[in-house]
Write a protein that binds this ligand. Sequence first.
Ligand SMILES: Nc1ncnc2c1ncn2[C@@H]1O[C@H](COP(=O)(O)OP(=O)(O)OP(=O)(O)O)[C@@H](O)[C@H]1O
Length: 419
Amino acid sequence: MNNQLEKDLVISVKDVSKKFCRDLKRSLFYGIQDIASEIIGKPRQSEELRSQEFWALKDVSFQLKKGDALGLVGANGAGKSTLLRIISGLINPDTGVINVTGRVAPLIALGAGFNPILTGRENIYANMSILGLSKQEIDKNFDSVVDFAEIWDAIEAPVQTYSSGMSARLGFACAIHIEPEILLVDEVLSVGDIKFKMKCHRRLAKLQEKGTAFILVSHNSHSILNICNKAIYLKQGQLIMSGEAEAVVNKYEEDLAFSEGKDGRSKAIMRLREKPSHESSGLDITSIFFRDEQGNILETPLSGKPAYLCVECQANQHFEDINVGVKIRAILGEQDVVLYLTSNNDSCLLEITPGKTEIQLQMSQLGLSPGRYTARIYLRQGVRSFDIIESFRFIVETSEIMSRCLFYQPRNWQTIKLD
Ligand SMILES: Nc1ncnc2c1ncn2[C@@H]1O[C@H](COP(=O)(O)OP(=O)(O)OP(=O)(O)O)[C@@H](O)[C@H]1O
């Protein structure tokens, strides 16, 4: 490996696997068995699964350099938290090697490391000293931590009286003030209001400029794409894809969208997970699908025929000047954008009232040629972004011969008699 790259590496994970046991009694028994084997000098059976065991992580490898921001995506139970716990040294892998260079600040569970009966002030001292700061250094940073967490009046109250948002803010403030080389963030950014999230994002960008590397776990693709340049996608403990964040998030969302469909076909309706209130931006997309002119749901729109792209959303208040963007790419081929429409460019800003609304992009003759497509759909108001769906996948079919056409051309044929 080249020297500079080696010098910049802060995390190197090589072939890491971790197994767990579904049965607690058995797990305790295996624990005792492993200790006994170690005492008598017998090698542990690290590579094999015993009854009721499963791989929470299997042969995962990746590297992280200074200043890298890595998003970790995957469904529930994919192994994301297990990986963070291994990197932060809370648990050991069964096989594989991990090298971590520098101070790690783990922000793993909400209010991680806080003692609920101690006050905010006491917890700041306890937490930051565990993360490696001296009393003098904490004294110096104390006011800035409280300011950042915005819990001025409550700082002398026990942390058990804090809301989940307050504890998360305090945890985040402590972690960033130790200026770690590596920051591990597990869903913490999903707590708190938009203003606080923006503040965190700005602070993370500053830390990143100074060379802090971080790993962010989030179910919110928007957060990952806003913050991370790289990402890895885990599925049932296996590393499915790693690389540039947008490509990895696209793959993850495509898999999510297709996971219930048969034979890789799209389902007629893409339903989105209902967001808990702390994740919602106030205007969330709840489902996406096509209708025909009569209002029937279309599983596969047809080239040249009417197709209404419907974006159903849920608003918790009245919104004006909403801009809907639809960016469509062909899945096979060069991944170039084939169609990019925004209601704003069409001088059509929408008004959304509280409750459920269906926004329709009405295309009287669909111009897309037959094939598989993925659409990125977003709702914005000026520069404020509400919701983004990275990958609504659909298939366009045709009832005509169009094999050599790049797009559908509406047309008629006729003859005109000239003499
Ligand atoms: N201590 C443990 N003992 C037994 N099984 C465990 C233990 N910790 C995690 N698991 C299991 O390992 C698998 C991976 O869990 P993990 O928490 O890493 O997933 P995750 O991707 O972080 O999920 P989520 O998105 O729901 O937080 C899950 O099946 C989980 O039930």
